[in-house]
Ligand binder design. Structure first.
Ligand code: NAD
Length: 469
Protein backbone atom coordinates (compact mmCIF):
# COMPACT_ATOMS: atom_id res chain seq x y z
CA UNK A 1 0.00 0.00 0.00
CA UNK A 2 1.21 3.48 -0.78
CA UNK A 3 1.48 5.90 2.09
CA UNK A 4 0.13 9.40 2.42
CA UNK A 5 2.83 12.02 2.32
CA UNK A 6 2.40 14.90 4.74
CA UNK A 7 5.25 17.31 5.16
CA UNK A 8 5.93 20.11 7.54
CA UNK A 9 5.12 23.03 5.38
CA UNK A 10 7.23 25.39 7.44
CA UNK A 11 10.35 23.55 6.27
CA UNK A 12 9.61 23.72 2.57
CA UNK A 13 7.31 26.58 2.18
CA UNK A 14 6.35 29.77 3.87
CA UNK A 15 4.62 33.06 3.51
CA UNK A 16 7.93 34.33 2.16
CA UNK A 17 7.70 31.99 -0.83
CA UNK A 18 4.18 33.14 -1.62
CA UNK A 19 5.43 36.70 -1.32
CA UNK A 20 8.28 35.93 -3.76
CA UNK A 21 5.84 34.58 -6.33
CA UNK A 22 3.70 37.65 -5.95
CA UNK A 23 6.77 39.87 -6.41
CA UNK A 24 7.66 37.95 -9.56
CA UNK A 25 4.17 38.55 -10.90
CA UNK A 26 4.38 42.24 -10.05
CA UNK A 27 7.75 42.47 -11.82
CA UNK A 28 5.76 41.70 -15.03
CA UNK A 29 8.26 38.98 -15.97
CA UNK A 30 5.53 36.39 -16.61
CA UNK A 31 3.50 38.68 -18.86
CA UNK A 32 5.74 38.60 -21.92
CA UNK A 33 5.01 36.10 -24.63
CA UNK A 34 8.62 34.89 -24.66
CA UNK A 35 8.58 33.92 -20.98
CA UNK A 36 5.31 32.04 -21.46
CA UNK A 37 6.61 30.18 -24.51
CA UNK A 38 9.90 29.35 -22.82
CA UNK A 39 8.04 27.69 -19.93
CA UNK A 40 5.73 25.78 -22.27
CA UNK A 41 8.73 24.57 -24.27
CA UNK A 42 10.41 23.53 -21.02
CA UNK A 43 7.33 21.44 -20.22
CA UNK A 44 7.61 19.84 -23.66
CA UNK A 45 11.22 18.93 -22.87
CA UNK A 46 10.15 17.58 -19.48
CA UNK A 47 7.61 15.26 -21.13
CA UNK A 48 10.06 14.07 -23.76
CA UNK A 49 13.06 13.55 -21.50
CA UNK A 50 11.20 12.13 -18.49
CA UNK A 51 8.58 9.96 -20.20
CA UNK A 52 9.91 6.74 -18.66
CA UNK A 53 9.98 8.28 -15.16
CA UNK A 54 6.39 9.43 -15.66
CA UNK A 55 5.28 5.91 -16.62
CA UNK A 56 7.20 4.56 -13.65
CA UNK A 57 5.50 6.92 -11.18
CA UNK A 58 2.08 6.04 -12.61
CA UNK A 59 2.87 2.35 -12.31
CA UNK A 60 3.90 2.84 -8.70
CA UNK A 61 0.86 4.93 -7.73
CA UNK A 62 -1.88 3.18 -9.67
CA UNK A 63 -0.42 0.16 -11.44
CA UNK A 64 -1.40 2.16 -14.52
CA UNK A 65 -0.69 0.29 -17.79
CA UNK A 66 1.80 2.10 -20.03
CA UNK A 67 -0.62 2.43 -22.95
CA UNK A 68 -3.26 4.02 -20.70
CA UNK A 69 -0.57 6.25 -19.22
CA UNK A 70 0.32 7.51 -22.68
CA UNK A 71 -3.29 7.74 -23.91
CA UNK A 72 -4.60 9.61 -20.85
CA UNK A 73 -1.61 11.56 -19.53
CA UNK A 74 1.45 12.09 -21.73
CA UNK A 75 -0.49 12.18 -25.03
CA UNK A 76 -3.09 14.80 -24.00
CA UNK A 77 -0.38 16.93 -22.37
CA UNK A 78 1.74 16.82 -25.52
CA UNK A 79 -1.28 17.92 -27.57
CA UNK A 80 -2.17 20.63 -25.09
CA UNK A 81 1.38 22.06 -25.21
CA UNK A 82 1.51 21.92 -29.00
CA UNK A 83 -1.81 23.73 -29.30
CA UNK A 84 -0.88 26.37 -26.72
CA UNK A 85 2.45 27.10 -28.39
CA UNK A 86 0.82 27.28 -31.82
CA UNK A 87 -2.04 29.55 -30.76
CA UNK A 88 -0.57 31.63 -27.95
CA UNK A 89 0.03 34.79 -30.01
CA UNK A 90 -3.54 34.66 -31.27
CA UNK A 91 -4.98 33.99 -27.81
CA UNK A 92 -3.00 36.90 -26.31
CA UNK A 93 -4.06 39.39 -28.98
CA UNK A 94 -6.80 41.82 -28.04
CA UNK A 95 -10.17 41.27 -29.77
CA UNK A 96 -11.98 44.15 -31.49
CA UNK A 97 -15.57 44.61 -30.26
CA UNK A 98 -18.39 46.48 -32.01
CA UNK A 99 -19.85 49.47 -30.17
CA UNK A 100 -23.40 50.84 -30.55
CA UNK A 101 -24.00 54.11 -32.44
CA UNK A 102 -24.78 55.88 -29.17
CA UNK A 103 -21.16 55.56 -28.05
CA UNK A 104 -19.58 56.61 -31.38
CA UNK A 105 -16.91 57.62 -32.09
CA UNK A 106 -15.35 54.94 -29.89
CA UNK A 107 -13.29 51.82 -30.39
CA UNK A 108 -13.58 48.88 -28.03
CA UNK A 109 -11.53 45.78 -27.44
CA UNK A 110 -11.14 42.92 -25.02
CA UNK A 111 -7.61 42.68 -23.67
CA UNK A 112 -6.69 39.45 -21.87
CA UNK A 113 -4.71 40.04 -18.69
CA UNK A 114 -3.27 37.41 -16.33
CA UNK A 115 -5.08 36.96 -13.02
CA UNK A 116 -1.92 37.03 -10.87
CA UNK A 117 -0.87 34.33 -8.42
CA UNK A 118 -2.92 31.15 -8.79
CA UNK A 119 -3.18 27.98 -6.73
CA UNK A 120 -3.81 24.62 -8.40
CA UNK A 121 -4.94 21.56 -6.45
CA UNK A 122 -5.01 18.32 -8.42
CA UNK A 123 -6.38 14.84 -7.94
CA UNK A 124 -4.61 11.47 -7.90
CA UNK A 125 -6.44 9.46 -10.54
CA UNK A 126 -4.76 11.13 -13.55
CA UNK A 127 -2.08 12.79 -11.48
CA UNK A 128 0.02 14.19 -14.34
CA UNK A 129 -2.65 15.48 -16.69
CA UNK A 130 -4.75 16.95 -13.86
CA UNK A 131 -1.69 18.78 -12.50
CA UNK A 132 -0.01 19.88 -15.70
CA UNK A 133 -2.94 20.71 -17.96
CA UNK A 134 -4.21 23.47 -15.65
CA UNK A 135 -0.56 24.53 -15.20
CA UNK A 136 -0.22 24.91 -18.99
CA UNK A 137 -3.29 27.18 -19.01
CA UNK A 138 -2.00 29.24 -16.08
CA UNK A 139 1.43 29.70 -17.70
CA UNK A 140 -0.03 30.47 -21.14
CA UNK A 141 -2.14 33.18 -19.52
CA UNK A 142 0.96 34.69 -17.81
CA UNK A 143 0.34 33.86 -14.14
CA UNK A 144 2.62 32.77 -11.33
CA UNK A 145 1.59 29.43 -9.86
CA UNK A 146 1.68 27.14 -6.86
CA UNK A 147 0.82 23.57 -7.84
CA UNK A 148 -0.17 21.12 -5.11
CA UNK A 149 -0.45 17.57 -6.47
CA UNK A 150 -2.45 14.99 -4.55
CA UNK A 151 -0.74 13.22 -1.64
CA UNK A 152 -2.71 10.10 -2.58
CA UNK A 153 -0.44 9.56 -5.61
CA UNK A 154 2.83 10.07 -3.68
CA UNK A 155 5.25 8.82 -6.34
CA UNK A 156 3.88 11.34 -8.85
CA UNK A 157 3.74 14.12 -6.27
CA UNK A 158 7.38 13.55 -5.20
CA UNK A 159 8.53 13.28 -8.81
CA UNK A 160 6.82 16.53 -9.84
CA UNK A 161 8.18 18.37 -6.78
CA UNK A 162 11.72 17.15 -7.45
CA UNK A 163 11.84 17.35 -11.23
CA UNK A 164 9.69 20.27 -12.39
CA UNK A 165 11.97 22.88 -10.75
CA UNK A 166 14.78 21.58 -12.99
CA UNK A 167 12.77 22.67 -16.03
CA UNK A 168 10.59 25.59 -14.95
CA UNK A 169 11.31 29.10 -13.64
CA UNK A 170 11.38 28.63 -9.85
CA UNK A 171 10.78 32.35 -9.26
CA UNK A 172 7.35 31.96 -10.85
CA UNK A 173 6.23 28.34 -10.48
CA UNK A 174 6.47 26.19 -7.36
CA UNK A 175 5.32 22.68 -6.55
CA UNK A 176 4.25 22.07 -2.96
CA UNK A 177 3.72 18.59 -1.59
CA UNK A 178 1.34 17.69 1.19
CA UNK A 179 -2.11 16.62 2.28
CA UNK A 180 -4.88 18.19 4.28
CA UNK A 181 -2.69 20.20 6.69
CA UNK A 182 -0.63 21.75 3.91
CA UNK A 183 -3.76 22.37 1.82
CA UNK A 184 -5.38 24.22 4.71
CA UNK A 185 -2.25 26.33 5.21
CA UNK A 186 -2.19 27.19 1.52
CA UNK A 187 -5.84 28.19 1.66
CA UNK A 188 -5.04 30.83 4.30
CA UNK A 189 -3.09 32.91 1.77
CA UNK A 190 -4.61 35.36 -0.63
CA UNK A 191 -4.69 33.98 -4.20
CA UNK A 192 -6.02 35.51 -7.37
CA UNK A 193 -7.62 32.24 -8.46
CA UNK A 194 -7.92 28.73 -7.03
CA UNK A 195 -8.28 25.90 -9.54
CA UNK A 196 -9.40 22.75 -7.74
CA UNK A 197 -9.86 19.19 -9.06
CA UNK A 198 -11.28 16.80 -6.52
CA UNK A 199 -14.28 15.78 -4.48
CA UNK A 200 -17.46 17.70 -3.76
CA UNK A 201 -16.67 17.46 -0.03
CA UNK A 202 -13.32 19.27 -0.37
CA UNK A 203 -14.79 21.55 -3.08
CA UNK A 204 -17.06 23.01 -0.39
CA UNK A 205 -14.04 23.62 1.88
CA UNK A 206 -12.19 25.36 -0.97
CA UNK A 207 -15.13 27.62 -1.76
CA UNK A 208 -15.67 28.67 1.80
CA UNK A 209 -11.93 29.36 2.34
CA UNK A 210 -11.80 31.36 -0.91
CA UNK A 211 -14.66 33.56 0.22
CA UNK A 212 -12.40 35.09 2.90
CA UNK A 213 -10.39 36.91 0.21
CA UNK A 214 -13.17 36.94 -2.44
CA UNK A 215 -10.95 34.68 -4.53
CA UNK A 216 -12.64 33.26 -7.63
CA UNK A 217 -12.54 29.47 -7.88
CA UNK A 218 -12.85 26.81 -10.52
CA UNK A 219 -14.18 23.51 -9.19
CA UNK A 220 -13.62 20.42 -11.32
CA UNK A 221 -15.62 17.87 -9.36
CA UNK A 222 -17.13 14.45 -9.95
CA UNK A 223 -20.47 12.75 -9.72
CA UNK A 224 -22.20 9.73 -11.22
CA UNK A 225 -21.98 9.69 -15.04
CA UNK A 226 -24.77 7.52 -16.49
CA UNK A 227 -24.55 5.58 -19.74
CA UNK A 228 -27.93 5.12 -21.42
CA UNK A 229 -27.95 2.09 -23.68
CA UNK A 230 -30.74 2.26 -26.26
CA UNK A 231 -30.43 -1.30 -27.52
CA UNK A 232 -33.26 -1.05 -30.06
CA UNK A 233 -31.81 1.77 -32.10
CA UNK A 234 -28.18 0.65 -32.12
CA UNK A 235 -28.80 -2.94 -33.14
CA UNK A 236 -26.25 -2.76 -35.97
CA UNK A 237 -23.59 -1.04 -33.87
CA UNK A 238 -23.93 -2.89 -30.57
CA UNK A 239 -20.48 -4.42 -30.75
CA UNK A 240 -18.70 -1.07 -31.21
CA UNK A 241 -20.93 0.62 -28.60
CA UNK A 242 -20.21 -2.10 -26.07
CA UNK A 243 -16.47 -1.93 -26.72
CA UNK A 244 -16.49 1.79 -25.99
CA UNK A 245 -18.81 1.64 -23.01
CA UNK A 246 -17.00 -1.20 -21.21
CA UNK A 247 -13.64 0.47 -21.81
CA UNK A 248 -15.02 3.72 -20.31
CA UNK A 249 -15.90 1.78 -17.17
CA UNK A 250 -12.96 -0.49 -16.42
CA UNK A 251 -10.30 0.84 -18.79
CA UNK A 252 -9.89 4.31 -17.27
CA UNK A 253 -7.68 3.88 -14.20
CA UNK A 254 -9.86 0.86 -13.32
CA UNK A 255 -12.97 3.04 -13.16
CA UNK A 256 -11.22 5.61 -10.93
CA UNK A 257 -12.06 8.49 -13.26
CA UNK A 258 -14.47 11.40 -13.01
CA UNK A 259 -15.52 10.70 -16.62
CA UNK A 260 -15.83 6.93 -16.21
CA UNK A 261 -19.25 5.36 -16.77
CA UNK A 262 -20.74 5.10 -13.28
CA UNK A 263 -23.89 3.07 -14.04
CA UNK A 264 -25.92 1.91 -17.06
CA UNK A 265 -29.60 2.41 -17.85
CA UNK A 266 -31.18 -0.10 -20.22
CA UNK A 267 -34.65 -1.38 -21.06
CA UNK A 268 -35.67 -4.43 -19.02
CA UNK A 269 -36.20 -6.60 -22.09
CA UNK A 270 -32.61 -6.04 -23.26
CA UNK A 271 -30.87 -6.40 -19.92
CA UNK A 272 -29.81 -10.02 -20.27
CA UNK A 273 -28.29 -9.45 -23.71
CA UNK A 274 -26.47 -6.34 -22.46
CA UNK A 275 -25.10 -8.27 -19.47
CA UNK A 276 -23.83 -11.08 -21.70
CA UNK A 277 -22.13 -8.53 -23.95
CA UNK A 278 -20.50 -6.71 -21.02
CA UNK A 279 -19.22 -10.02 -19.62
CA UNK A 280 -17.85 -11.02 -22.98
CA UNK A 281 -16.04 -7.68 -23.36
CA UNK A 282 -14.55 -7.97 -19.86
CA UNK A 283 -13.23 -11.37 -20.86
CA UNK A 284 -11.82 -10.14 -24.14
CA UNK A 285 -10.07 -7.19 -22.42
CA UNK A 286 -8.79 -8.88 -19.27
CA UNK A 287 -8.84 -12.63 -20.03
CA UNK A 288 -10.15 -15.49 -17.91
CA UNK A 289 -8.11 -14.41 -14.88
CA UNK A 290 -8.43 -10.61 -14.70
CA UNK A 291 -6.59 -10.59 -11.35
CA UNK A 292 -3.44 -11.57 -13.25
CA UNK A 293 -3.68 -9.03 -16.05
CA UNK A 294 -1.48 -5.96 -16.35
CA UNK A 295 -4.15 -4.26 -18.43
CA UNK A 296 -6.23 -2.87 -15.55
CA UNK A 297 -5.14 -0.34 -12.91
CA UNK A 298 -5.16 -1.23 -9.23
CA UNK A 299 -7.18 0.60 -6.58
CA UNK A 300 -5.07 3.53 -5.48
CA UNK A 301 -4.84 2.76 -1.74
CA UNK A 302 -6.32 0.88 1.21
CA UNK A 303 -8.76 3.68 2.03
CA UNK A 304 -10.37 3.54 -1.42
CA UNK A 305 -10.21 -0.26 -1.47
CA UNK A 306 -12.13 -0.36 1.84
CA UNK A 307 -14.63 2.20 0.55
CA UNK A 308 -15.39 0.03 -2.51
CA UNK A 309 -15.52 -3.08 -0.34
CA UNK A 310 -18.10 -1.34 1.87
CA UNK A 311 -20.23 -0.54 -1.19
CA UNK A 312 -20.09 -4.20 -2.23
CA UNK A 313 -20.69 -5.58 1.26
CA UNK A 314 -24.13 -4.03 1.56
CA UNK A 315 -26.27 -7.23 1.76
CA UNK A 316 -28.76 -5.89 -0.81
CA UNK A 317 -25.88 -5.17 -3.21
CA UNK A 318 -24.29 -8.57 -2.53
CA UNK A 319 -27.54 -10.17 -3.60
CA UNK A 320 -27.46 -8.20 -6.87
CA UNK A 321 -23.91 -9.12 -8.00
CA UNK A 322 -24.20 -11.09 -11.20
CA UNK A 323 -20.55 -11.07 -12.27
CA UNK A 324 -17.23 -10.65 -10.48
CA UNK A 325 -17.20 -9.34 -6.94
CA UNK A 326 -13.91 -10.89 -5.79
CA UNK A 327 -11.29 -8.80 -4.00
CA UNK A 328 -7.61 -9.18 -3.18
CA UNK A 329 -6.59 -6.87 -0.35
CA UNK A 330 -2.87 -7.48 -0.72
CA UNK A 331 -2.85 -6.53 -4.38
CA UNK A 332 -5.50 -3.80 -3.97
CA UNK A 333 -7.37 -5.57 -6.73
CA UNK A 334 -11.12 -5.62 -7.29
CA UNK A 335 -12.51 -7.75 -10.08
CA UNK A 336 -14.53 -6.03 -12.83
CA UNK A 337 -18.00 -6.45 -11.33
CA UNK A 338 -21.58 -6.17 -12.61
CA UNK A 339 -24.47 -5.46 -10.23
CA UNK A 340 -28.02 -5.81 -11.52
CA UNK A 341 -30.67 -3.51 -10.09
CA UNK A 342 -29.14 -2.68 -6.69
CA UNK A 343 -31.62 -0.75 -4.50
CA UNK A 344 -31.81 2.86 -5.70
CA UNK A 345 -31.27 4.07 -2.15
CA UNK A 346 -28.11 1.96 -1.68
CA UNK A 347 -24.75 3.72 -1.37
CA UNK A 348 -23.54 2.25 -4.66
CA UNK A 349 -26.36 4.15 -6.40
CA UNK A 350 -25.82 7.39 -4.51
CA UNK A 351 -22.06 7.71 -4.00
CA UNK A 352 -19.72 8.24 -6.96
CA UNK A 353 -18.33 4.69 -7.40
CA UNK A 354 -14.82 5.51 -8.64
CA UNK A 355 -13.88 1.87 -9.15
CA UNK A 356 -14.60 -1.23 -11.27
CA UNK A 357 -18.21 -1.81 -10.11
CA UNK A 358 -20.93 -1.41 -12.74
CA UNK A 359 -24.57 -1.20 -11.63
CA UNK A 360 -27.09 -1.86 -14.40
CA UNK A 361 -30.53 -0.38 -13.79
CA UNK A 362 -33.45 -1.58 -15.89
CA UNK A 363 -36.30 0.62 -17.09
CA UNK A 364 -39.54 -0.18 -18.91
CA UNK A 365 -38.88 2.37 -21.66
CA UNK A 366 -35.55 3.97 -22.51
CA UNK A 367 -37.20 7.42 -22.46
CA UNK A 368 -37.61 7.00 -18.67
CA UNK A 369 -33.86 7.53 -18.45
CA UNK A 370 -34.50 11.28 -18.79
CA UNK A 371 -36.55 11.44 -15.58
CA UNK A 372 -34.15 9.04 -13.88
CA UNK A 373 -31.19 11.34 -14.60
CA UNK A 374 -33.16 14.47 -13.72
CA UNK A 375 -34.10 13.04 -10.31
CA UNK A 376 -30.39 12.97 -9.33
CA UNK A 377 -27.61 15.59 -9.00
CA UNK A 378 -26.37 16.99 -12.31
CA UNK A 379 -23.64 14.67 -13.64
CA UNK A 380 -20.30 15.68 -15.12
CA UNK A 381 -21.21 13.79 -18.32
CA UNK A 382 -24.05 11.78 -19.83
CA UNK A 383 -23.32 9.08 -22.40
CA UNK A 384 -26.09 7.85 -24.68
CA UNK A 385 -25.66 4.96 -27.07
CA UNK A 386 -28.44 5.46 -29.59
CA UNK A 387 -29.22 6.20 -33.21
CA UNK A 388 -32.63 7.55 -32.32
CA UNK A 389 -32.56 11.24 -33.28
CA UNK A 390 -35.61 12.09 -31.17
CA UNK A 391 -34.01 10.59 -28.06
CA UNK A 392 -30.78 12.51 -28.80
CA UNK A 393 -32.68 15.77 -29.06
CA UNK A 394 -34.65 15.12 -25.87
CA UNK A 395 -31.52 14.12 -23.95
CA UNK A 396 -29.76 17.38 -24.86
CA UNK A 397 -32.83 19.56 -24.33
CA UNK A 398 -34.35 17.95 -21.23
CA UNK A 399 -31.36 17.06 -19.04
CA UNK A 400 -28.49 19.06 -17.57
CA UNK A 401 -24.88 17.85 -17.29
CA UNK A 402 -21.32 19.07 -17.85
CA UNK A 403 -21.49 17.50 -21.33
CA UNK A 404 -23.33 14.90 -23.40
CA UNK A 405 -21.65 12.37 -25.70
CA UNK A 406 -23.56 10.13 -28.08
CA UNK A 407 -22.22 6.71 -29.02
CA UNK A 408 -19.03 6.97 -26.99
CA UNK A 409 -17.92 7.79 -23.46
CA UNK A 410 -15.11 9.78 -21.81
CA UNK A 411 -13.56 10.80 -25.12
CA UNK A 412 -14.64 14.44 -24.70
CA UNK A 413 -11.91 14.79 -22.04
CA UNK A 414 -9.31 14.36 -24.79
CA UNK A 415 -10.69 17.01 -27.17
CA UNK A 416 -9.11 20.34 -26.37
CA UNK A 417 -11.34 22.23 -28.78
CA UNK A 418 -14.25 21.64 -26.36
CA UNK A 419 -14.51 23.14 -22.87
CA UNK A 420 -14.29 20.50 -20.13
CA UNK A 421 -16.09 21.05 -16.82
CA UNK A 422 -19.18 20.40 -14.77
CA UNK A 423 -22.45 22.08 -13.88
CA UNK A 424 -24.31 22.12 -10.57
CA UNK A 425 -22.81 19.61 -8.14
CA UNK A 426 -20.31 18.37 -10.74
CA UNK A 427 -18.51 21.73 -10.56
CA UNK A 428 -18.19 24.98 -12.45
CA UNK A 429 -15.73 26.73 -14.72
CA UNK A 430 -14.27 24.81 -17.65
CA UNK A 431 -10.83 24.46 -19.21
CA UNK A 432 -8.74 22.71 -21.93
CA UNK A 433 -7.11 24.40 -24.93
CA UNK A 434 -8.18 28.01 -25.42
CA UNK A 435 -10.70 27.61 -22.58
CA UNK A 436 -7.77 27.08 -20.19
CA UNK A 437 -6.19 30.33 -21.37
CA UNK A 438 -9.51 32.11 -20.79
CA UNK A 439 -9.96 30.45 -17.37
CA UNK A 440 -6.71 31.96 -16.12
CA UNK A 441 -7.20 35.36 -17.79
CA UNK A 442 -9.36 38.37 -17.12
CA UNK A 443 -10.91 39.58 -20.37
CA UNK A 444 -10.63 43.30 -19.76
CA UNK A 445 -12.90 45.59 -21.78
CA UNK A 446 -10.98 48.63 -23.01
CA UNK A 447 -12.86 51.58 -24.52
CA UNK A 448 -11.12 54.36 -26.45
CA UNK A 449 -13.35 57.41 -26.80
CA UNK A 450 -12.80 60.39 -29.06
CA UNK A 451 -12.94 63.89 -27.54
CA UNK A 452 -13.94 65.70 -30.71
CA UNK A 453 -17.67 65.02 -30.86
CA UNK A 454 -19.75 65.85 -27.80
CA UNK A 455 -23.54 65.74 -27.22
CA UNK A 456 -24.92 67.95 -24.47
CA UNK A 457 -28.07 65.92 -23.66
CA UNK A 458 -26.17 63.60 -21.37
CA UNK A 459 -25.45 66.27 -18.75
CA UNK A 460 -27.47 68.22 -16.14
CA UNK A 461 -29.32 70.44 -15.69
CA UNK A 462 -32.08 67.93 -16.52
CA UNK A 463 -35.21 69.16 -18.26
CA UNK A 464 -38.01 67.51 -20.22
CA UNK A 465 -36.40 68.39 -23.61
CA UNK A 466 -33.55 66.04 -22.80
CA UNK A 467 -36.02 63.15 -22.42
CA UNK A 468 -37.20 63.65 -26.02
CA UNK A 469 -33.84 63.02 -27.61
P1 NAD B 1 -10.10 15.16 -2.74
O1 NAD B 1 -11.14 16.20 -2.75
O2 NAD B 1 -9.98 14.28 -1.56
O3 NAD B 1 -8.63 15.81 -2.94
C1 NAD B 1 -8.34 16.75 -3.95
C2 NAD B 1 -7.27 17.71 -3.49
O4 NAD B 1 -7.71 18.41 -2.33
C3 NAD B 1 -5.96 17.06 -3.11
O5 NAD B 1 -4.89 17.83 -3.63
C4 NAD B 1 -5.97 17.08 -1.60
O6 NAD B 1 -4.69 17.15 -1.02
C5 NAD B 1 -6.73 18.34 -1.29
N1 NAD B 1 -7.41 18.28 0.01
C6 NAD B 1 -7.78 17.19 0.69
N2 NAD B 1 -8.39 17.54 1.85
C7 NAD B 1 -8.39 18.87 1.89
C8 NAD B 1 -8.88 19.84 2.82
N3 NAD B 1 -9.50 19.50 3.94
N4 NAD B 1 -8.72 21.14 2.52
C9 NAD B 1 -8.12 21.51 1.37
N5 NAD B 1 -7.65 20.64 0.45
C10 NAD B 1 -7.77 19.35 0.70
O7 NAD B 1 -10.39 14.35 -4.07
P2 NAD B 1 -9.62 13.13 -4.70
O8 NAD B 1 -9.81 11.91 -3.85
O9 NAD B 1 -8.24 13.53 -5.07
O10 NAD B 1 -10.38 12.93 -6.09
C11 NAD B 1 -11.58 12.24 -6.24
C12 NAD B 1 -12.67 13.18 -6.69
O11 NAD B 1 -12.20 14.08 -7.66
C13 NAD B 1 -13.82 12.43 -7.35
O12 NAD B 1 -15.04 12.97 -6.93
C14 NAD B 1 -13.61 12.70 -8.83
O13 NAD B 1 -14.78 12.61 -9.60
C15 NAD B 1 -13.08 14.09 -8.80
N6 NAD B 1 -12.32 14.34 -10.01
C16 NAD B 1 -12.80 15.27 -10.88
C17 NAD B 1 -12.12 15.50 -12.05
C18 NAD B 1 -12.61 16.52 -13.04
O14 NAD B 1 -11.82 16.88 -13.91
N7 NAD B 1 -13.83 16.99 -12.96
C19 NAD B 1 -10.95 14.79 -12.34
C20 NAD B 1 -10.50 13.87 -11.42
C21 NAD B 1 -11.18 13.64 -10.25
Amino acid sequence: MVGVREINMEQDYSERSVGELRKTFESRKTRGVEWRKSQLRALQRFLMEREDDIFQALKQDLGKPRVEAYRDEVGPLTNSLNLSLKCLDKWMASKKINVPMLAMPTTAELVPEPLGLVLIFSSWNFPFVLSLDPLIGAIAAGNTVVLKPSEISPATSAFLAKTLPKYLDGEAIKVVEGGETVSKQLLDYKWDHIFFTGSQRVGRIIMSAASKHLTPVTLELGGKCPAVFDFMSCSRDREVSMRRMVNAKYGLSGGQACVAVDYVLVEEKHASLLIEMVKSKIKSYYGDKPSETDSISRIVNRHHFDRLKRLLNDPAVQASIIHGGSLDEDKLYIEPTIILNPPLDSEVMNEEIFGPLLPIITLKKIEESINFINSRPKPLAIYVFTNNEILKKRMVGETSSGSVTFNDASIHFLLDTLPFGGVGESGFGSYHGKFSFDRFSHMKPVLKRNLLIELSFGYPPWNSNKLKI
